[in-house]
Design a protein around this ligand. Structure first.
Ligand SMILES: C[S@@+](CC[C@H](N)C(=O)[O-])C[C@H]1O[C@@H](n2cnc3c(N)ncnc32)[C@H](O)[C@@H]1O
Length: 327
């Protein structure tokens, strides 16, 4: 693996690999500018996908049913533990939402939590939220602050938009359910205008054995290198990765994080991605074996519940271990 870069540690979140630190100006609708450090990685490696990572919920059908139930409590359970407002705003900084007239799409937008961060900077009429779960988007439709946002059902791997449509593509916490993440990122490239930018926020793979076991049983927790490779292969340039995580983790990444990094890339030329792919990995029209489906769904959901406990465990550690010491 060839990497060229300098090494710096992003504040508060630890550091894994080669990077450069840059400055990212961001302005909200009120015109206030802030600056943030971000990591630039220039590495690209391929990594195998061993059979020991069954990822029982990394299928569109399981994800559909998973969110059929999770949507009821999503805003009250997931966000406080894994995806807080300050994390969201930190993760959106690399998206450079500095123009309120930008056309922005939020893919896998769910109940609209990330969209709420986007409409702080961009006029609601210019924002589109797309998600495959009717139950999730119904919650988004009920949010007053999202009035004017165009909300629709659709598949991240097959976006219902013309090529070169959006100034910004955002997707937060959805890639882990895409059976073919490279295809979703290729779609991100296609729908972004030349000069536009895609920002994908997602989990990172755990290094601690027990967390790794449950993560791999549940869904896709990519490595940082995989994100960079998918973006680069899709045709994006200036690919950067910024680490994020709840404050009370104190930078710990060994358990993996459901929201662990924000990856961005710029599209320079107009048109589709240069990457050629075969047919989609999952055909949702194809009939499934009900027993196999129920088995995968039950095991995947049980493994997912481990990740309800991890943030609570980390929060308790943060309360108990004296400040300034590693946890
Ligand atoms: C963890 S939620 C994230 C929701 C939202 N982005 C947020 O920040 O809270 C993941 C979302 O991805 C959606 N999703 C999963 N697979 C998808 C696909 N192939 N196409 C579109 N949405 C998908 C799910 O329905 C769910 O709403």
């Amino acid at each position: 693996m060839a990497c060229s870069s300098t090494y710096r540690v992003p504040s508060g979140l630890g550091f894994l690999g080669p990077s450069k630190i840059g400055q990212n100006p961001l302005r909200n609708k009120g015109g206030v500018w802030s600056r943030a450090k971000y990591v630039v990685s220039t590495c690209a490696v391929s990594s195998a996908r061993p059979a020991s990572q069954p990822r029982f919920i990394q299928h569109k059908k399981e994800a559909f049913w998973f969110y059929r139930f999770l949507s009821v409590v999503y805003d009250h359970v997931i966000n406080p533990g894994h995806w807080t407002e300050d994390m969201r705003d930190d993760a959106l900084e690399p998206a450079e939402l500095y123009n309120n007239e930008f056309k922005v799409v939020d893919v896998g937008g769910g109940t609209g939590f990330t969209t709420l961060g986007i409409v702080k900077h961009v006029d609601n009429d210019n924002v589109t939220l797309l998600d495959q779960s009717p139950h999730q988007i119904e919650k988004a439709r009920q949010k007053e602050a999202l009035k004017g946002v165009s909300i629709m059902e659709g598949d991240a791997e097959d976006l219902p938009f013309s090529t070169d449509t959006f100034d910004r593509y955002v997707s937060a916490g959805s890639i882990e359910y895409w059976p073919d993440p490279q295809r979703g990122i290729k779609e991100a490239y296609r729908v972004v205008k030349p000069g536009g930018l895609a920002c994908l926020i997602g989990p990172v793979h755990p290094t601690f054995w027990l967390s790794r076991f449950f993560a791999d049983m549940w869904m896709l927790f990519p490595s940082e290198e995989e994100y960079i490779e998918w973006f680069t292969k899709a045709g994006f340039e200036d690919v950067k990765l910024k680490r994020i995580g709840p404050k009370w983790y104190r930078g710990v990444r060994r358990h993996g994080l459901i929201m662990g990094c924000s990856v961005t890339g710029v599209k320079r030329a107009s048109g589709d991605s240069p990457l050629q792919l075969g047919p989609k990995a999952e055909d949702v029209e194809e009939p499934v074996n009900l027993l196999a489906f129920l088995f995968r769904f039950a095991i995947g959901t049980i493994c997912a519940s481990y990740y309800v406990l991890v943030p609570i465990y980390m929060w308790i550690k943060d309360q108990v271990v004296p400040k300034g010491q590693p946890i």
